[in-house]
Write a protein that binds this ligand. Sequence first.
Ligand SMILES: O=C(CO)[C@@H](O)[C@H](O)COP(=O)(O)O
Ligand SMILES: [Fe+2]
Length: 221
Amino acid sequence: MSVLISPSVLAADFARLGEEVRAVDEAGADMIHLDIMDGHFVPNLTVGPDVVKALRPYSDKPFDVHLMITPNPAIVESFAEAGADLISVHPEPDPHIHRTLQAIRAMGKKAGAAINPGTPVEILEPLYELCDVILVMSVNPGFGGQSFMPASVERIRHIRRRIDELGLDTILEVDGGVNPETAPKIIGAGAHALVAGTAIFRSKENSYAKAVERLRLGTAV
Ligand SMILES: O=C(CO)[C@@H](O)[C@H](O)COP(=O)(O)O
Ligand SMILES: [Fe+2]
């Protein structure tokens, strides 16, 4: 299976967000990763569904929406209506994660469970069958530009093993500190979707296409 690249626009130029989304689409991105933060679950604020809707015309690629919010069914639904294709939610702040994942699927969207580095992987056991995506955070969520946490490799390997044992075709996606040095370890552990903000939007070679391809091939520079 070829590796899917989902550029996180958190590292893009926010004053030119539409053009940035178009640019990474044309550079070969497989999805567009949109980080939604509410200032409660994570110590940062980003954008809401209106911005997601405004960006929708800039790319036909799936919108991979990562909700770092205290759960609220109406808000989750508003992202579906805004044009999200994948919606990942965190079980940590959600007392009804089952219901949330089922609701996302009922809206015709792919449902994802995203877990923080400090959350035991066992939290996923009752959720695997309800997930189209597992999003493994390899940094503590809230900000771009952080360093990949090496302990994530073993967590990815464990989740890959469980997905295979259960015979599922869940997308195993990794988010945080993904760059040409860490990508080969992440892919080697069994992930096949990579989120990257800094490594694409702020790559030194100034070519989104080269940055996307380098990550996809898992080639260390
Ligand atoms: O969800 C998050 C951060 O909370 C991520 O999607 C970051 O935006 C990834 O940024 P880099 O680590 O690639 O700079
Ligand atoms: Fe994210």
